[in-house]
Structure formats: C-alpha cells, structure tokens
Design a protein around this ligand. Sequence first.
Ligand SMILES: O=P(O)(O)OC[C@H]1O[C@H](OP(=O)(O)OP(=O)(O)O)[C@H](O)[C@@H]1O
Ligand code: HPA
Ligand SMILES: [Mg+2]
Length: 194
Amino acid sequence: METTPAGATHKNSYGDDIEAVVISERQIRDRTAELAAAVATRYPAAEDDLLLIGVLKGAMMFMTDFARALPIPCQMEFMAVSSYGSATSSSGVVRILKDLDRDIADRDVVIVEDIIDSGLTLSWLMKNLRTRHPRSLEVCTLLRKPDAVRNVVEVADVGFDIPNEFVVGYGLDYAERYRDLPYIGRLRRSVYQD
Ligand SMILES: O=P(O)(O)OC[C@H]1O[C@H](OP(=O)(O)OP(=O)(O)O)[C@H](O)[C@@H]1O
Ligand code: HPA
Ligand SMILES: [Mg+2]
C-alpha cells in the first residue's frame, strides 16, 4: 500500500488532516475494473438487467465508477442507511433514511458498498433485502476491515482488505467531511480524538 503523504495536490484546505494515502486513485480505478469484470462473469445469460443497489452516502463514488466499468447492462437503485452519525465507531443501530423506489422480487441484485467495518450495516441490510425475495443477492464492497468477519460471511467480492484504521475519501466521511477526496486516506487521529 502507498504511504505517500496526501493533500499536496488535492483539496489543500483539508490541510494535513490526511496522514497518508491508503489507496490511490489509480489503485481504485484498476481494482474497480477487475471487480466489475468478475461480477459480470457470474451473470452471463441474465434475463433482466443486473440490479445494483448502492448504499448511500458512502458508496456513491464507488457505485458510479463500478456501474461504468461493468461490461453488462445494469440498473441502479439506492438506499440510504446510517449507523455512524458523526462517530468513528458504529452505533449498532441501522436506520433507513431512504428506502428503495421499486420492488426487487425475482431480480438479480448486487449490493454495492464502500466499506464493511463491523459488518453490522451489511448483515442488517442483507436480512432486510432477503425479505423482499430477490432471485439472487450478493455483495461487492470496495473495502473491508478485519472486524467484518464477526458479523458477515457472504461477501462475493472485496476490493481491498485494509487495517483497522479510520479512513476517509472516495465517498467515506468523518462527520460528513472528506467524501470528496478522490483517494482513500488515513485520517489523523487528532482530528477525531481530543
Ligand atoms: O460495517 P459497518 O461497521 O456497519 O460500517 C459500514 C457502513 O458505515 C458507513 O456508513 P455510515 O453509517 O457512516 O453512513 P454514510 O454512508 O452516510 O457515511 C459505510 O458507508 C457503510 O455503509
Ligand atoms: O473507516 C471508516 N471511515 C469512514 N466511514 C466508515 N464507516 C465504517 N468504517 C468507516
Ligand atoms: Mg459515514
């Protein structure tokens, strides 16, 4: 993984809040293409377009890049859920802020996530979506942290396994900031600890 200090060329008003680049723009782009190709091979003769469900807000950047890289037709739906608020650890309570606009019964569905950390959001979401009877349901996540194994078993595709550090950028926030960074960076501890 790259450890280049970030902030020199992008978003200088974030100052030195970002300690290091954990995953660069180029690594994200290359891996997204690999993930999209891998997912597409599992739906060679699908009757309907694949249905991607992006989990807002964190997955917004990955969802749009992933959909563009996917070599088969797909449709996009979004759900907004939140369990972190402005904390750096999960509250454990998942709230739906925006539900799907349509029925997913009998559809091949791929949940597109930015990160699986404790795994609580995803295990809750999988249970919730299964009650709506999709034909198939799988998960593609850009990032995964080690704690995820305690709560989630069925993840089909993972972009990067990363250490247990709080990261931001490329959709991921701390207190709603840093989502606009084009790479994943490690947030300086002094930004979120006294
Ligand atoms: O595996 P977990 O510990 O549950 O954490 C992962 C979830 O937490 C983040 O969402 P958050 O609740 O911060 O909402 P956001 O996407 O709007 O930032 C992230 O986007 C994932 O959805
Ligand atoms: O490391 C993280 N960064 C930002 N949001 C998150 N949500 C879960 N883990 C993280
Ligand atoms: Mg968040």
